[in-house]
Design a protein around this ligand. Structure first.
Ligand code: C5P
Length: 311
């Protein structure tokens, strides 16, 4: 068997991991399960907005955060990144004495899996810092214990997430897709959005079908065909996010009027995602969104992006 590759470390023995945000190109939500979760058909695409998580040996656990939205991020043991380090340490009989630093660029509580990204980043950074080289499948299982979206943050690329989103099947993607993300003022709580989804459905007629991946959407991803992907985008949480934050409708309309091929709420929101025909169009849509005042900021990027990577 070959030896694991040496991990690059910084001057103080620091390991830094870069980890991407995601957008859900399909988020189909099944009925509420007895355990409080929902079965999903969740088609994840990693996109080129990244957080960096650095792990450095320390006398005691410490977590710090930098970036424009740092004040909105818990800097204690409740942070999912700190819980990731604790889980890995506990499983290996170690003390979680590590300084985790998160350089935050992914919108906070925005439906882009920023917290999950930090957890996956912390897990991989600590794994390498402590020289554990945990097998990939075990790392993915630890990710799933931390949260439904965390395995995908580790994996990146594109994947179908089933179960509560943690059972991943990698998907083939035939090209790059260009996106704009309109970041809202303030976040939305994921449990609140799922609860609102259940409430709206209770009021509606008919049962909730079991969620299944939409074949035309998977075919468009495989072909790298933006025009074919646009009409297939779908998010069952969007009505709930719009119910809790009606102003998002204006953001979605603004991006479409500026030439986006499709618009949807990203995951549980409130970030809105726009699929653009190409990189130039994405920049035009981002400018129009910024100028409109219907969002706090707009960012143009592309996906698929690689998963958590030691840098
Ligand atoms: O798994 P995670 O901790 O990210 O989930 C946060 C919350 O989102 C859950 O407590 C639940 O309320 C909701 N959720 C859900 N069904 C899923 C994933 C998350 O209801 N498949």
């Amino acid at each position: 068997m070959s030896q694991p590759a040496a991990t690059p470390t910084g001057p103080a023995g620091t390991v830094t991991v870069r980890v991407p945000a995601k957008v859900n190109v399909q988020l189909s939500v099944g009925p509420l399960r007895p355990d409080g979760f929902h079965d999903l058909a969740n088609v994840f695409l990693a996109v080129g907005l990244y957080d960096s998580v650095s792990a450095t040996r320390a006398e005691a656990p410490l977590l710090t955060v930098s970036g424009p939205d740092a004040a909105q991020v818990p800097q204690d043991r409740t942070n999912l990144a700190a819980r990731a380090a604790e889980l890995l340490a506990r499983r290996n009989g170690l003390a979680p004495d590590v300084h985790l630093h998160i350089a935050k660029d992914i919108p906070v509580a925005g439906g882009m899996a920023g917290g999950s990204a930090d957890a996956a980043g912390a897990l991989l950074a600590c794994d390498r810092l402590w020289g554990l080289h945990t097998p990939r499948e075990e790392l993915l299982a630890l990710c799933a214990e931390l949260g439904s979206d965390v395995p995908f943050s580790l994996a990146g690329g594109a994947a179908l997430g089933e179960g509560r989103g943690e059972v991943l099947t990698p998907l083939e993607v035939g090209g790059d897709f260009h996106w704009v993300f309109a970041v809202a003022e303030g976040g939305l709580s994921t449990p609140d959005v799922y609860r609102e989804c259940d409430r709206l459905r209770e009021a509606a007629e008919g049962g909730v079908p079991e969620p299944v991946a939409h074949e035309p959407l998977l075919a468009a991803l495989r072909a790298g065909d933006t025009q074919a992907l646009a009409p297939t985008l779908r998010n069952d949480l969007q009505p709930a996010a719009l119910s809790l934050r009606p102003a998002l409708a204006e953001t979605l309309d603004t991006g479409l009027a500026a030439g986006a091929l499709a618009a949807l709420v990203s995951g549980s929101g409130p970030t809105c995602a726009f699929l653009a025909a190409d990189a130039d169009s994405a920049i035009r849509v981002a400018h129009a969104l910024t100028a409109s005042g219907t969002c706090r900021a707009a960012r143009a990027t592309s996906g698929p992006a690689p998963g958590a990577t030691v840098v």
